[in-house]
Ligand binder design. Structure first.
Ligand code: KG4
Ligand code: ZN
Length: 362
């Protein structure tokens, strides 16, 4: 990416939920290394993330993963120019691990640290690809807890076009998977089972498909799935058909609203990000509809869709570089006396300032 004031090596740390991610991003050479540890196997038997177990596992993994990334990138800590960690939103205990390690490293190295908004990480991750989209674009952000359509004009210049009024699309996948007796996380499990099924056998609702706005609602879908299961599913084929219908219903609404958002903004570029954007049916349907309407769709490679350290390193680097270009001091500069650090378990993306603007406090 051009426009940087000087080359900068950023260490990114992600610990907001059930993945410990570390990465090194160089503003000129790109991603130099990344490592990820997923806690899925640990949480699986509980049917979802157990926050206390998540925090403890982040503590165990973060230092070995950081060493691994430095080794892979053939770098030393002394070469790192800045440290970015996920400040929120997410699980408080899990966030504290990344924030504590990031802040301590920054203090010890005398380098700036920056707290990154997890969703901004997702939102900007498509810019890491070999063929990055140009601003402005419309972004469909579909993670476990958020479903939002945004107009993205520059780093930090985001307009919310629509969002879910209740459950997120990822939640609809996860809750439907649980009702079907599938494992956690539910999205990939539903997608796998759906491959053996056919849509159309069970008429699930397409909530808000024709609402005329760009908002979503997915909680009714989960209720419809529960009702259908309570009436009895005769065999494995019926389970696969229901999984397929869940995926089809969610994807149909996401695609229709995304296309409408791009048209409403008079733009021609759509970017998708967040865990659900790894869904192959969603990617295929978006591609098909976009082709017909002359819209270009940018999807991050699947490993960058779900949580990772690379997107945090990258978003932190973009923010620090934007601040530097404005000749503003970095939001948090080191060395400084470590009197504490912020985490923001609840942090709406809409409250994120543009580079150079002061952050609103909690
Ligand atoms: O962005 P992410 O990794 O974590 C959050 O920030 O929430 O998103 C996790 C969500 C979960 O709901 C998971 O079921 C969903 O992304 N997901 C998928 C797929 N892979 C992950 N949903 C549908 N199809 C997939 N292939
Ligand atoms: Zn995420």
């Amino acid at each position: 990416m051009g426009g940087y004031t000087r080359p900068m090596l950023t260490l990114g740390i992600e610990t907001s939920c059930d993945e410990t991610g570390v990465a090194l991003y160089d503003s000129q050479r790109g991603l130099l290394g990344q490592a990820l540890h997923s806690q899925v196997a640990m949480h699986e038997r509980y049917g979802g993330v157990v926050p206390e177990l998540a925090s403890r596992d982040h503590i165990r993994r973060i230092v070995p993963l950081t060493r691994q990334v430095l080794q892979e990138a053939d770098c030393t800590l002394a070469q790192v120019d800045a440290i970015a960690y996920t400040e929120g939103p997410g699980l408080a205990g899990a966030l504290l691990v990344g924030a504590a390690v990031g802040t301590a490293l920054g203090y010890a190295l005398g380098k700036p640290t920056i707290g990154v908004h997890h969703l901004e990480g997702h939102l900007l991750s498509p810019l890491l690809s070999a063929d990055p989209p140009a601003f402005p674009f419309v972004a469909l952000l579909v993670s476990g807890g958020h479903t939002q359509l945004l107009k993205v004009e520059a780093v930090g210049v985001y307009t919310l076009l629509g969002e879910s009024v209740d459950d997120a699309a990822g939640e609809a996948f996860d809750k439907s998977a649980k009702l079907l007796g599938l494992g956690y996380p539910g999205g990939p499990a539903i997608a796998r089972l759906a491959e053996q099924g056919h849509s159309g056998r069970f008429g699930l609702p397409r909530p808000k498909l024709h609402s005329g706005d760009l908002d979503f609602s997915f909680s009714g879908l989960k209720t419809a799935v529960a009702t259908r299961i309570a009436r009895g599913l005769p065999d494995d084929q019926a389970r696969a058909d229901l999984a397929c219908e869940v995926q089809t219903a969610i994807v149909e609404v996401l695609v229709a609203k995304s296309m409408a958002a791009v048209q409403a903004c008079g733009l021609r570029t759509l970017v998708i990000a967040g865990g659900v954007s790894a869904n192959r049916h969603l990617r295929a349907q978006l591609d098909a509809h976009a082709l017909r309407q002359g819209i270009r769709v940018h999807c991050p490679e699947p490993a960058l869709c779900t949580d990772n350290g690379a997107m945090i390193a990258f978003a932190g680097a973009l923010r620090l570089q934007a601040e530097a270009a404005l000749a503003q001091p970095a939001p948090i500069t080191a060395p400084r006396a470590v009197t504490g650090f912020d985490i923001r378990p609840r942090w709406p993306l809409s409250s994120l300032p543009r580079p150079g603007e002061n952050r609103a406090s909690n």
